[in-house]
Design a binder for this molecule. Structure first.
Ligand SMILES: Cc1cc2nc3c(=O)[nH]c(=O)nc-3n(C[C@H](O)[C@H](O)[C@H](O)COP(=O)(O)OP(=O)(O)OC[C@H]3O[C@@H](n4cnc5c(N)ncnc54)[C@H](O)[C@@H]3O)c2cc1C
Length: 459
């Protein structure tokens, strides 16, 4: 009798879900993916792609402001909001089409609708047809990858007009005259950079004494310095506790009595998991106190054949991590983990912040290592010593490499400066592959390039 392929059902078409689906189909599974909105996920529709598209436009504006340094006269430009909207829509459409094409080329069945677990082996999909849960799909294995949504506190009501959630800012109907950003984590500072580049006045509410509170203080200080140079107002040690409409503007009230007034406010204070309404109880899947689903090294929930990929797992909330989890799940579900499988090491995820200067980090952080009393060697070079940085008229920032003082093995790195997100790839490879400083130093790199600072920092 022919053996039928295992049936895998994925709920959620973001990077976690679509990568799990494509990889599992490639390995021979019979795969169905359920998506209620857009294949490609929030990553394409709301998060990574629109934000980076707007930042790229902001970077072009910012370059024009510095054009005299390149031997050009003064260049000026103004943001065309409609053109910007079209640009974002075109990129999204292109990317979504490529993901759909990839899934269908691998024979994945796409079901449009909202999925939920009826039990541990059945997914019900509300396709908007006959009624709630009108399609039932049987599964041997299930992947939950429904992502997160912006956290909206009880003291603020985004109206899409003057008070914005991150999903209402791509782009707003007009560029804000004075934007108050609440939240100084990665998302918050990227919005500060974006709108400041567009010419908005920007104030940032920083609940602690440092922007990017979880990051290397030297890295955060470099960003703060640049924000201040560009005229961004930082309200440090202030926690927002109310946002109200005030005539044609908004007032953000802070717990220390300060009130920040502007034309618009934007909330960037984290995310909550899309685990409600997923039927987790019916399938016996446990969540933690915040609603995320804890996972094993193989991304399994407490119910072994129900896997979790992406932000819903409460691990590092990055598209790249979600996609890698998806691929690892496919390998495990299809029995490949016994051969070449390597567990995903979340501590080695390269991360970038697309501000100006750009910031990228991987592996061990200097401050963290000192706090733990761990012996490390830190070597650092400024981009001011790099020929290409001078040629580009952008010598801001530095490269810092952390290594084991005894073996020379590269443990981590921080880069602040233009193209940091691209440059960190080399350090990420070194960290993952256990390369030594000598390997970086002995690499014959192109001259003049920013990468030469990597070899210099290793020296
Ligand atoms: C402003 C912002 C910028 C970001 N920029 C970056 C960046 O530059 N780089 C980076 O790596 N990460 C970035 N991130 C993080 C990144 O967007 C997430 O880590 C990534 O989207 C997680 O992927 P995912 O597959 O878990 O979920 P998502 O991309 O959120 O996809 C989940 C999908 O599930 C669907 N869904 C939910 N519930 C159901 C249901 N019941 N039935 C059917 N479908 C359902 C949703 O419609 C959605 O399409 C950013 C985040 C934000 C907020």
């Amino acid at each position: 009798m022919p053996v039928r392929p295992p049936r895998l059902v994925v709920i959620g078409g973001g990077p976690g879900g679509n990568q799990a689906a494509t990889a599992a189909a490639r390995l021979g599974a019979d795969v169905t993916i359920v998506e209620r909105d857009v294949i490609g996920g929030a990553a394409h529709l709301w998060d990574c792609i629109p934000s980076k598209a707007m930042i790229a436009t902001g970077n072009a504006m910012s370059f024009m402001h510095r054009s005299h340094g390149m031997g050009l006269g003064e260049l000026t430009a103004a943001v065309d909001v409609d053109a910007l909207k079209r640009r974002i829509a075109d990129i999204e459409e292109h990317l979504n089409r490529s993901v759909v094409d990839l899934l269908t080329s691998q024979g994945v069945t796409i079901v449009r609708g909202t999925g939920r677990l009826l039990d541990a082996h059945t997914v019900a999909v509300d396709t908007g047809g006959a009624g709630n849960g009108d399609v039932h799909v049987e599964a041997d294995m299930i992947v939950l990858s429904t992502g997160t949504r912006p956290r909206i506190p009880p003291w603020a009501k985004p109206d899409g007009d003057r008070i914005l959630s991150t999903r209402q800012a791509y782009p707003p109907s007009a560029i804000p005259e004075h934007l108050i950003v609440v939240g100084s984590g990665v998302t918050g500072v990227e919005f500060v950079h974006m709108f400041r580049s567009f010419g908005s006045r920007v104030s940032l509410i920083v609940s602690r004494q440092q922007v990017l509170p979880d990051r290397d203080p030297e890295v955060a200080a470099a960003l703060e310095e640049d924000f201040l140079r560009r005229g961004v107002t930082l309200l440090k040690g202030a926690r927002a506790e109310a946002i109200e409409r005030e005539g044609e503007g908004v007032a953000v009230k802070c717990d220390d009595g300060r009130v920040a007034r502007g034309s618009h406010a934007l909330l960037a204070i984290g995310s909550v998991p899309n685990s409600d309404g997923l039927g987790l109880e019916a399938a016996g899947v446990e969540v933690d106190e915040r609603g995320f689903i804890p996972i094993s090294d193989h991304c399994q929930s407490n119910v072994k054949h129900i896997y979790v990929a992406g932000d819903l797992s409460g691990k590092v909330p990055l598209s790249s991590v979600a996609a890698m989890q998806g691929r690892k799940i496919a390998e495990h579900a299809m029995g490949l983990h016994t051969r070449q499988h390597r567990h995903l090491d979340y501590d080695k995820a390269a991360q970038a912040i697309f501000t100006e200067p750009e910031i990228a980090e991987v592996g061990v952080h200097e401050a963290e290592a000192f706090a733990l009393g761990r012996k490390i060697r830190v070597t650092k070079v400024p981009f001011a010593a790099n020929a290409k940085a001078l040629v580009n008229d952008d010598p801001r920032g530095f490269v810092k490499i952390l290594s084991d003082p005894y073996t020379g093995v590269v443990l981590g790195g921080s880069i602040v400066g233009s193209h940091a997100a691209e440059l960190i790839s080399v350090v990420a490879l070194a960290v993952t592959a256990g390369l030594r400083l000598g390997d970086l130093m002995d690499s014959l790199l192109v001259h003049p390039t920013l990468s030469e600072s990597l070899a210099d920092a290793a020296d």
